[in-house]
Design a protein around this ligand. Sequence first.
Ligand code: SF4
Ligand code: SF4
Length: 183
Amino acid sequence: MQMAGAITPVASSEFLDYVGKQSGQRIMDCYQCGKCSAGCPTAYDMDLTPRQMIRAIQLGLKEEALKSSTIWMCVSCQTCSVRCPVQIDIAKAIEAVRLLAVAEKAPAAEKNVKLYHQVFLKSVEFTGRLYEMGLSVAFNMLSRHPFTGMDILPTMLRKGKLALMPVFKGTAEVEAIFARIKR
Ligand code: SF4
Ligand code: SF4
């Protein structure tokens, strides 16, 4: 949404056009208020906050955006998107950058983060929801750190925070979603 009387700045770059088209967002409407970053639960661990990411896209800074940790630390919670006063779906814009990074095989800022995403999605595809125990074990094995984080397992199991066996629910629907996306 454009505010009445507001003048949208003009900028042009291949990267800006690409993200705008892929995400369907009017990136140039951002006036850097910072509300997105203020609400983001993972901004503390990003090298570019959501606001800075949008600025980077506005400026056509493709390399900086593709190699940022932001595209991998974003958990697509949509908090930024619902807070944006000019209704930019920032999560969607970040997703467009992430997909471009995968397509162009840009080196990821976070070690093993692509592997983590792959294992996460496989877990959801297989059980219809996240099977945390399976995710932890599979990720640890594939990243060759079999015992990382395993010290907290007994406590989590004892307190009922982690299920030993997967719960299958809505697998057919989730499978259909994955099949549609793959097509
Ligand atoms: S909330 Fe919207 S307008 Fe404000 S900085 Fe973020 S993207 Fe820009
Ligand atoms: S969608 Fe991503 S960038 Fe936006 S608030 Fe959530 S984690 Fe942060």
